[in-house]
Design a protein around this ligand. Structure first.
Ligand code: PEP
Length: 250
């Protein structure tokens, strides 16, 4: 059975002090939540202090990126092992903003995913088409390319514990959400591809999140789709009230 994972991607928002205050508030608001896994992904500097605040709570912590080496001359980078040591257990990889602004490719995503898994982190791997690609009716090809090349060589046991987030780029931060039917169609396609590339058991276990302007008003209908197992949320995850409502969508 797939337990929904509702993850907040804070992006470049919240100072360490703001992050700590927010984490404390979420800890209170989400105390006792069951049947859903809430996760927060603060900027790097806040990962460790937030993980300390949330230790022992039901709320998981993740980073927003990682590098594919453990250590060395890679100025500015942070390794999955460092993230794990800081108390986080998740890491977002291949977010469209990183693909767009920081030259992330399927090849770099693949190296990061493998290294994150080896370090014991749960990767949240983002896939999704741009508006131009949707209009050109190549959504399936783009998503298939992200999955096939971004996840190539990941062993079945590791794939089963990897989260895939379908995030149509045109829906991120735009207020335009894919309809539940549009999202479900791509999620079903992704699950079918996972079955073909790995096997049915893996495809059945993988948590498939939807991301793209999810908010308290649309979360319930999206989560009601059979292949949508959670959400990766930007804007609506930045306020305690709306994140609480997202987590308590049932
Ligand atoms: C995201 O950044 O992953 C995202 C989905 O953002 P938003 O919810 O603001 O569209």
């Amino acid at each position: 059975m797939r337990i929904p994972v509702i993850a907040g991607n804070w992006k470049l928002n919240k100072t360490v002090a703001e992050a700590l205050a927010f984490a404390n508030e979420l800890k209170t608001r989400l105390a006792g939540v069951t049947g859903v896994v809430p996760v927060v992904c603060p900027p790097f500097l806040a990962v460790q202090p937030v993980a300390q605040v949330l230790r022992g709570s039901a709320i998981g912590v993740g980073a927003q990126d990682c590098f594919w080496e453990t250590s060395g001359a890679f100025t500015g980078e942070v390794s999955p092992e460092m993230i794990k040591e800081s108390g986080a257990t998740y890491v977002i990889i291949g977010h469209s903003e990183r693909r767009q602004f920081f030259r992330e490719t399927n090849a770099t995503v693949n190296k990061k995913v493998k290294k994150a898994l080896a370090a014991g982190l749960t990767p949240i791997v983002c896939v999704g088409e741009t508006l131009a690609e949707r209009e050109a009716e190549v959504t399936d090809q783009v998503v298939n390319d992200h999955i096939t090349n971004g996840l190539v060589g990941v062993p079945a046991a590791d794939m089963a514990r990897t989260i895939v987030a379908y995030e149509p780029v045109w829906a991120i931060g735009t207020g335009k959400t894919a309809t539940p039917q549009q999202a479900q169609a791509v999620h079903a396609f992704i699950r079918a591809r996972l079955a073909a590339l790995w096997n049915n058991a893996v495809a059945d276990q993988v948590i498939l999140q939807y991301g793209g302007s999810v908010n308290p008003g649309n979360v319930k209908e999206l989560m009601a789709q059979p292949d949508i197992d959670g959400a990766l949320v930007g804007g609506a995850a930045l306020k305690a009230d709306s994140f609480e409502q997202l987590v308590k969508f049932k």
